[in-house]
Write a protein that binds this ligand. Structure first.
Ligand code: MN
Length: 456
């Protein structure tokens, strides 16, 4: 397996800075709204390094993974090679190794911890309920089953040592529910300052990601070297030794408390809901730690959320249609709801079967557009062209009623279930020459810069 040019967050930041992909902000900015405002205006531009945030001794990095190009180069591949690279990592994970200590242990606070005093935790949107940790990877271990889980959650700061977390019905929610049943705390760690591989792996779910598959083993495979893990100070949970900051604590059993509102990936506010409580027991960090933030409903959010599910969807689809090529979960579909899949059509029914296979692979997806191999699924103009010239609504649409959707999708309001729609925009096999895409000979291969004389 190829090695990626990066091994941790800090490595990736330096790598991207050398590539000219990072801009530094020297002036002092506020953790409340101002970091998010600059990030939003620049989106999806260069990564941003905020050197001075309020009076914190910790700078803040935003938008490191805002573009597909940066994600690909950080993993040592190309934008089109990304899906193969990730697909291979899912099939052949690489288990982490434990090491005695690492940079994340340079400073250890157990007694005197105050989240908002110690860390530049950001407040993002106008109506958000307060400061939120948005890109902390939540790590939990279940020693009795020998499993670890790593996942993304929004976490609201509600006290010096208290967070409230939203657990949608996925792996961590299940592990918490089991502990809750026994009336026990569930030790967790929140890892801040993570590289592309760790972030993508934590964001991956759906078919082929069972509970028990350690997301850090996907990250290791993506980088071509195993993650090095160190043990927490206050529990047996293990975390990447090269992280910037780790918050240690426990998910508490029992009563839930109000959490929210919080502007979600949909660009709407997820209202006040009932969240689990986290008690914070310790913070460990690098001496010169860098805080990593993420503004919901930005390009970075869409990339991290959408891209990992592309190989999941393709791996599943290939069991039905081996000639499934590219899959694109589009940023404009909130990085979750809309997919374009590209197939080589061999039978007249392949387009419809592709739609059903795609829906069964990633449950949040509610619009699938199927295109032929002469259409670029990453180019919205090309995709709409295929729909406008190869699709008829009475013949080529598949609708699945009353299916599972995403609980944060506002359009499911009142029902919490969703309808799904597939558009078969592949050309009919019997259609003949009228569907041949017109090309100009040589146009695709031209070195166009050699033709365009700069004007004065
Ligand atoms: Mn999991």
């Amino acid at each position: 397996m190829d090695e990626a040019p990066i091994s941790c967050f800090r490595d990736q930041l330096q790598f991207l800075e050398r590539a000219g992909e990072v801009r530094r902000i020297e002036r002092q900015v506020a953790a409340k709204f101002e970091v998010a405002a600059v990030t939003k205006r620049v989106d999806p531009g260069p990564a941003l390094f905020f050197e001075r945030v309020d009076d914190y001794d910790i700078p803040v990095v935003m938008g490191m993974d805002s573009t597909r190009a940066r994600i690909a180069m950080s993993l040592g591949t190309t934008q089109t090679g990304l899906i193969d690279r990730y697909g291979a990592a899912l099939k052949e994970p690489l288990a982490p190794v434990e090491v005695a200590t690492g940079p994340v242990k340079e400073l250890i606070s157990t007694g005197d911890v105050d989240l908002l005093r110690d860390l530049p935790i950001l407040t993002h949107y106008e109506q958000d309920g307060g400061p939120y940790i948005t890109t902390g990877l939540v790590v939990v271990e279940d020693p009795s089953r020998g499993i670890r889980n790593v996942s993304y959650h929004r976490m609201q700061v509600t006290g010096p040592r208290e967070l409230r977390i939203l657990l949608l019905p996925r792996h961590l929610r299940r592990l918490w529910a089991e502990a809750d049943e026994r009336g026990e705390e569930l030790p967790i760690a929140i890892v801040i300052g993570c590289d592309t591989a760790q972030r993508l792996a934590a964001a991956t779910w759906g078919a082929s990601i069972p509970l028990g598959l350690d997301e850090f083993s996907i990250a290791g495979a993506l980088k071509g070297r195993p993650e090095e893990m160190v043990r927490c100070e206050t529990s047996g949970v293990r975390v990447p030794a090269n992280a910037e900051i780790v918050i240690e604590g426990a998910l508490l059993p029992g009563a839930l408390k109000s959490e929210g509102p919080f502007a979600e990936f949909t660009g709407n506010y997820g209202g006040v809901v009932q969240g689990q409580l986290i008690r914070v027991d310790a913070i460990t960090r690098r001496r010169d730690a860098i805080y990593q933030g993420l503004v919901a409903f930005t390009a970075e959010h869409m990339q991290l959320q959408g891209m990992p599910n592309e190989p999941v969807m393709r791996n599943a689809m290939r069991q039905i249609l081996p000639e499934t090529h590219a899959v694109h979960i589009t940023p404009s579909g909130c990085g979750k709801f809309h997919a374009v899949v590209q197939i080589s059509k061999r039978h007249e029914s392949d387009g419809r079967d592709a739609i059903l296979a795609a829906f069964s692979a990633v449950r949040d997806v509610k619009l699938v557009t199927v295109v032929d191999e002469d259409v670029d699924p990453f180019n919205p103009r090309d995709v709409e062209w295929a729909v406008s010239t190869r699709f008829q609504a009475d013949r080529d649409v598949v609708i699945v009623e009353r299916s599972w959707g995403n609980l944060l999708d506002p359009s499911t309001y009142g029902t919490k279930i969703t309808a799904k729609m597939g558009l078969d925009a592949t050309k009919p096999l019997a259609g003949g020459d009228q569907f041949t895409k017109a090309i100009v000979p040589g146009a695709a291969e031209l070195d166009i810069a050699a033709y365009l004389t700069p004007s004065l």
